[in-house]
Design a protein around this ligand. Sequence first.
Ligand SMILES: [Zn+2]
Length: 165
Amino acid sequence: MNSTRQISLTQEEKERIRSRLFSRSIPNDKAGCLEFTGSCSKSRYGMFKFRNKSFLVHRLSFAAFTGNVPEDMCVLHTCDNPRCINPDHLWLGTRGDNNRDSAEKGRRACGTKNASCKLTALQVREIRSRYGVKRESHRALAEVFGVSHNTIGSIVRGDHWKIAV
Ligand SMILES: [Zn+2]
């Protein structure tokens, strides 16, 4: 199962992964998270291909910034944000830690959808230009992109998407 696959990287691979991660993520200044904007798994964890296999990006991030991920060890989030790849928010735990952690998260889950998961950096750019240049309304853009108008609002204000993408 790929979620517990061991990851050990060469220096060159670490650098390559770091730049791929940075080019596909956006800081969320409120939480201090760095959110992956590439494709997500059903469980909302970011995924990407490496050595022709699919990896969970937070595991790759840990391996690229912090250290190897041994087989059967889990990379856990301190921030509850499945798409976060900020190495400061990731820690290495056992399956037991993981189960405890997800049980706690399950109790805390309140059904809010993380809408930004649906948007790629390219779409964010498009939203900003359609809003800024074509003067399309929040509501119209929300409908086109399948997110709430609050999300559109924070994107055009730059709240959660501060860096130019
Ligand atoms: Zn985080």
